[in-house]
Design a protein around this ligand. Structure first.
Ligand SMILES: [Zn+2]
Length: 272
């Protein structure tokens, strides 16, 4: 089975064989750097499935300089420590519990990769520890790697209580600004396909969150009393297998509305 796709000399995608309602076709493991020039950076190695680990290693012919995690969820992080041990490198993560070695993953850190660089952005919201990477290749193409902050298909969960909708909306705004300022050509998501129209996709994400908030307000006005009752109304058209995740997003939205009573009277706000 062909799991590795090379997008440029310094960028490859190895998709993990863990498909599901929350992981779409599987977790996207990104290999940053030209493996012919030096040791690469592996982002989100995913679960420790032997065929996947072998695919990562064979796409990293001169070795791995570091394993990096966009966030702590197991579908991204579970195989990280074992891969680092096998490759003889550390694991860099925002959450200290997931690190191997001294290096964290702070906003403003820049990771050197052979044939390019990756700047770390704190983009909390899906989780409190979510990070994105702004990649610049030697060919001048700028890409944004987003983990589960932005997916290639569908929309993401605001996990509860770890995530935060207010943070998430600010992170979306930050990414949208970067797309404009830096001419970002593509978004590399944690699941699903590469996004080739980043500005329109981020605008859709912002609109979607505002629409969901309006729907949650509507459900409350209609008499929904519990998060589960809100889910049954607002997510009626969504696959029931994702209802538990939807309930987390609903809880995050209820927290958001509770903290911002001035924002709870319906929304005609744009997304400034
Ligand atoms: Zn994920």
């Amino acid at each position: 089975m062909m799991t590795t796709t090379r997008l440029s000399p310094y960028l490859a995608l190895v998709r993990a064989p863990n498909p599901g309602p929350m992981t779409l076709e599987g977790t996207n493991t990104w290999i940053l750097g030209d493996p012919g020039l030096g040791s690469v950076v592996v982002v989100d190695p995913g679960p420790p499935i032997p065929t996947h680990v072998e695919a990562i290693l064979s796409a990293s012919s001169m070795g791995i300089a570091a394993v990096v995690l966009t966030h702590r969820h197991l579908d991204h992080s579970e195989g990280a420590a074992a891969l680092g041990a096998r490759a003889g490198c550390g694991v860099r993560a925002a959450d200290p519990e997931f690190r191997v070695g001294p290096a964290g993953l702070d906003d403003g850190d820049v990771l050197g990769v052979p044939g390019g660089s990756a700047a770390v952005l704190a983009t909390p919201g899906h989780t409190s520890d979510s990070r994105s990477l702004l990649l610049t290749g030697a060919d001048g193409v700028v890409r944004l790697l987003t983990g589960d902050m932005v997916l290639g298909q569908g929309t993401t969960v605001i996990t509860h209580p770890d995530g935060d909708l207010g943070d998430y909306l600010e992170s979306l705004t930050r990414l949208q600004r970067l797309v404009t300022e830096r001419g970002v050509a593509e978004i590399l998501p944690g699941h699903g396909p590469v996004v080739t129209d980043p500005s329109a996709w981020l605008a859709y994400y912002q609109d979607h969150r505002r629409e969901r908030l309006d729907q949650v307000r509507g459900a409350l006005a209609d008499g929904a009393r519990t998060p589960a009752e809100v889910v049954a109304r607002v997510y009626a058209d969504v696959d029931r297998r994702v209802w538990p995740a939807a309930e987390q997003s609903v809880r995050s939205q209820l927290d958001y509305l509770e903290l911002r009573p001035e924002d709870s009277g319906g929304s005609d706000s744009g997304h400034s």
